[in-house]
Design a protein around this ligand. Structure first.
Ligand code: BV8
Length: 231
């Protein structure tokens, strides 16, 4: 049974108007990484961090899926084998495009987490400093986002898929952040065919057997057509 594991990054949402992290004018350039995407940054300036994620939550709510998101949902629907979608993205564009069972390894903007009791709830459009938890009432609500130094979500499940997949595709990711950037090595060691689809070579391009360069909205639908033709 064929199994395709797909890892997506900010590049797949770029053409939906959501900023990427490392392209010029990326999100990080306006904020130092450690100031907004780390527990230390949140402790130091929770208002800045809540504002950063409120802005991204608002932008994400306005964005619409592009042909790359739609093509991956079509692959999931029509491919005779299993298609597992893992994303580093915290937007909901894969789901909006029709994908199911998406594994958000870096969390989701639409979710809020209580740092005191671990309760999760649907995030309000704007989260405040000391956002009260609806379950335990502690003023400990935070974005349900995996920050630097925190363990990504669903790792056991993701690793099990990587070790049993026949094809691994990385789409729209620069390969700078671990453990995601190391997934290709696990899939390759398991004998999977590894392909990178990206605007330019990622930092881990040499780990891939195949690479396709271009904008995701153009090259992903073509790749999906080929995968479905192979069947
Ligand atoms: C952990 C939060 C351990 C959500 C994010 C040294 C070596 C190895 C590792 C480390 C190290 N030092 C520190 C580490 C660990 C660290 C890390 O990797 N640091 C890096 C900077 C070196 N990793 C961690 O801390 C991780 N946790 O290791 O925990 C642990 C162990 C036990 C117990 C506890 C803990 C946690 C990592 C998660 C951090 N959170 N984001 C948010 O705010 O969104 S990471 C952040 O970067 C985003 O999630 C994003 O997804 C991710 C990666 O970025 P990309 O998605 O790749 O986006 P980027 O802009 O970089 O690239 C876009 C690409 O698309 C480009 O290549 C571009 O060319 C392309 N593109 C653009 N337009 C298009 C396009 N492609 C196609 N079409 C287009 N139109």
């Amino acid at each position: 049974m064929e199994k395709i594991v797909i890892l997506t990054g900010a590049g797949i949402s770029a053409e939906s108007g959501l900023g990427t992290f490392r392209d010029s004018g990326g999100l990080w350039e306006r904020h130092r990484i450690e100031d907004v995407a780390s527990p230390q940054g949140f402790a130091r300036d929770p208002g800045l961090v809540q504002r950063f994620y409120n802005a991204r939550r608002a932008a994400s709510a306005e964005a619409v899926p592009n042909p790359a998101h739609l093509a991956l949902a079509r692959l999931q629907r029509d491919f005779p084998g299993e298609v597992v979608l893992v994303t580093q993205n915290v937007d909901a564009l894969h789901e909006a495009g029709g994908a199911t069972g998406v594994l958000h390894m870096h969390g989701e903007l639409a979710s809020a987490l209580c740092a005191a009791c671990g309760h999760r709830w649907t995030a309000p459009a704007e989260m405040r400093v000391a956002e009260p938890c609806p379950a335990c009432s502690a003023p400990a609500g935070r974005p349900d986002i995996v920050w630097f130094g925190e363990m990504p979500y669903h790792m056991d499940e993701i690793l099990a898929h990587l070790e049993t997949c026949t094809c691994f595709a990385a789409i729209g990711t620069s390969g700078n952040v671990y453990p995601a950037a190391g997934f290709v090595q696990i899939a390759d060691a398991a004998g999977a065919h590894c392909v990178e689809l990206n605007l330019e070579a990622s930092s881990v391009r040499s780990d891939f057997a195949e690479a396709r360069e271009g904008r995701a909205s153009e090259i992903v639908p073509l790749w999906v057509d080929e995968m479905l033709a192979e069947g």
